[in-house]
Design a protein around this ligand. Structure first.
Ligand SMILES: Nc1nc2c(ncn2[C@@H]2O[C@H](COP(=O)(O)OP(=O)(O)OP(=O)(O)O)[C@@H](O)[C@H]2O)c(=O)[nH]1
Ligand SMILES: [Mg+2]
Length: 302
């Protein structure tokens, strides 16, 4: 028997499955909630995130990318139907930083990667060493969990800037070498009626930049703190979920991790307004990313 509320579920375990679930729950529960033996779990209602219990095998990786403040984290929350991602966290973040969240849509286990994109057409100062280290971390996690099944390009309805274009290049051209389907989600359209009109009016503007998508959704991802638009947001959530499931590949894009990383690191370096010296770069790659000296030297090769 179970009852759910706001993305969490109370489990009242039956005797038939109590032993297995008890073992799993011991890993998830805080020490305060743990029981010393599984018999006591019987008739012991506990609160756990249902996705935590059911995620894992056959999981598909979806990367949300786009410029600073485009609404990526808000979009992750819209898709999940609850607050999983921190919004407006750029003050503490760095390009290519990412957080991942497990969600389940119908029978699909998905891992949503909420990433931080470029906040300008160039990377300033020393940030690019940090960005390279974050890229390494992202590629490592993706490589270990089956690669990338779908890209979601998140942009705020408005004109296309150089920064938007560079973010597109970073993820679509460089990280995925054009080998992963991309869908576009346009946010900030709460005043557009109908929202899809934005796409009809603007899609041709993407052409000169080579930005193409296999599907798109026009939405608002604005947080509904007072729950005034619950019904409307629910419709948008279903629209975006349907878009993701329709275009998510079965097999993930996953190439040899070293070549993959070298390609991305070279591009990030090319965006730097003041690239560091060869030595600083190689030391950072060895220290921050755990690369061998030989691999670190390859990032420098033309
Ligand atoms: N009006 C409006 N505001 C939005 C929308 N989506 C997000 N916001 C707001 O825009 C701000 C930035 O949203 P985030 O979701 O943090 O954007 P982000 O792309 O994750 O930002 P960074 O992680 O900092 O790059 C927040 O104040 C959101 O509430 C939208 O569709 N419409
Ligand atoms: Mg964010």
């Amino acid at each position: 028997m179970s009852s759910s509320q706001a993305g969490r579920v109370s489990l009242f375990l039956t005797v038939t499955d109590v032993r297995m679930k008890w073992m799993h729950l011991q890993d998830i529960l805080t020490p305060k909630d743990r029981c010393n033996d599984y018999e006591t779990v019987f008739e012991y209602p506990v609160q756990v995130d249902v996705e935590e219990v059911i995620s894992g095998e056959g999981r598909k990786n979806i990367i949300i990318f786009g410029g600073t403040g485009a609404g990526k984290s808000s979009l992750a929350n819209l898709i999940a139907g609850r607050n999983i991602a921190d919004t407006s966290s750029r003050a503490h973040g760095c390009t290519m930083e990412s957080r991942s969240y497990d969600i389940k849509i119908e029978a699909n286990n998905l891992q949503l990667f909420d990433t931080m994109g470029l906040n300008g057409p160039e990377i300033q100062g020393n940030e690019h060493l940090e960005a390279i280290a974050k890229a390494y971390d992202l590629i490592d996690r993706l490589g270990n969990s089956g690669g990338i099944q779908l890209l979601v390009f998140c942009i705020r309805g408005g004109r296309i800037t150089k920064t938007i274009h560079q973010n597109w290049r970073l993820f679509d051209d460089v990280l995925c070498d054009k080998g992963v389907p991309t869908v576009m989600v346009i946010t900030g359209l709460e005043h557009a009626d109908p929202m899809e009109r934005w796409w009809t009016d603007n899609h041709l503007h993407f052409k000169p930049y080579g930005i193409t998508a296999v599907g798109q959704a026009c939405v608002t991802a604005i947080p509904d703190l007072d729950r005034l638009y619950e019904e409307k947001l629910n419709i948008l959530k279903l629209k975006v979920r349907e878009l993701l499931l329709r275009h998510c590949e079965d097999l993930g894009y996953n190439v040899g991790r070293h070549n993959w990383f070298v390609r991305v690191a070279k591009f990030i370096r090319s965006l730097s307004s003041h690239p560091p010296s060869r030595n600083d770069m190689q030391n950072a790659l060895v220290k921050k990313c755990g690369l061998s000296k030989i691999d670190a030297a390859r990032v420098e090769e033309k």
